[in-house]
Write a protein that binds this ligand. Sequence first.
Ligand SMILES: [Zn+2]
Length: 476
Amino acid sequence: MLKIYNTLSRKIEEFKPIKKNKVGLYTCGPTVYNYAHLGNLRAYLVADLLKRFLKYKGFKVKQVMNVTDVDDKTIRESQKAGKTLKEFTDFYLKTFLEDLEDLNIEKPEIMPRATEHIKEMVALVKRLEKNGYTYRSNNSIYFKISKFKSYGHLSQLEKQDLKKGASGRVLKDEYSKEEVNDFVLWKAWQKEDGENFWETEIGKGRPGWHLECSTMSMKYLGEHFDVHTGGIDLIFPHHSNEIAQSEAATGKKFVNFWVHNEHLLVEGQRMGKSLGNFYALKDLKARNYHPLLLRVILLKTNYRQILNFIFNEFETARTIAEKFINFLINLDFVQNKKPNKLKIDFLINNCQNAFEKALDDDLNISQAFAVIFDFMNEINKLAERINVSQADKIKKFIFEIDKVFGFIENLFEEYKKVLKERIKSSAVKKLIKEREEARRKGDFQKADFLRKEIEKNGLLVEDTKEGYLLKTKNYL
Ligand SMILES: [Zn+2]
């Protein structure tokens, strides 16, 4: 039974879906005005981990992730770039989808764009108007927080605290609000918005950010659904506002489980434009870091702990990845078909239970890694005696748990591809042949020299009882 920390109750709770075996999962998606940075990517990876684990446990998961393609930032930046809002946001949506693919984050089942759901958003505003939760000011429509009694529940901030907290952050154009924490549902058109507006029955303008998530989550997952994820920085005001809008409209509980991941620091510091530490995946790729190693880095810290990203972590991630790859290579090389009394099924079973138990415990991924490492160490000790069918079982098991980890099989396949390509080169083939000849003739000095030549081509040669093995060197 999965137990997970619910921000709503501030407790670890047993996860039970509303409908048997089905999970509706909503993840606050990107605002497509720039590349996603490491902090964003961590949040998407945490949602991906949760989704993959739920699927591993047999749940059918429907994940919705919104794409914010209209707001102050997208409009302002598209104007600066001299592009239409659509052209501009299409570009960053494309880079975002590439990031998901590079990081092997499963693409959400539905990725609705805000600009394609204006009609539904207008309908939600009208519903809130009818229920008496809104007021108009300078043609914009605001949500009146004082009407929604349980407003501070998720953030656990009292209304007085909210006022204090927000008073320093009141934006110039928001003085038309009655209270500082009231938020805009529908923003009236202003000259600087240019051609970015919708002519609707509630006026000429555009939706507020919070409204998008309430509208699109309820459209695709229903008015009451299972899990909503996001970074901890979204608890207030974004998620607090989503709850207020949705529950004020429907009169029902909006979401059962709120799952928030902690912050990400870059080399001990908060990310900030002035610090120049806003890394995007493309920056790391430009430095030749493999995206799946970033996946390992972002994955291996438990989601409710602050993650301090440092470049040295790529070394750790590489060691982890190589541990898995070498483990699988060795299983691939097993040729022994003799039966034995090794209790491989028992070891696999034990490990599988421990793995699931770790993740059931509020997605304790570091423990999940630990139990797999223990298992691999056990198997490595038995390596010489394992037979082909046992090796196959073990491999199958590793690929099974990789449905949750999401990097082992991809890296292994890539490894094999690189190996094949390197062996294919005619220069290497010649060297290998010459080395075999030298060995046959007992000229070990020459064989050794040729081994080093082969290494220069990115291949390691290991001599075995049956002959030799080739492995890829420095591939990650
Ligand atoms: Zn959202």
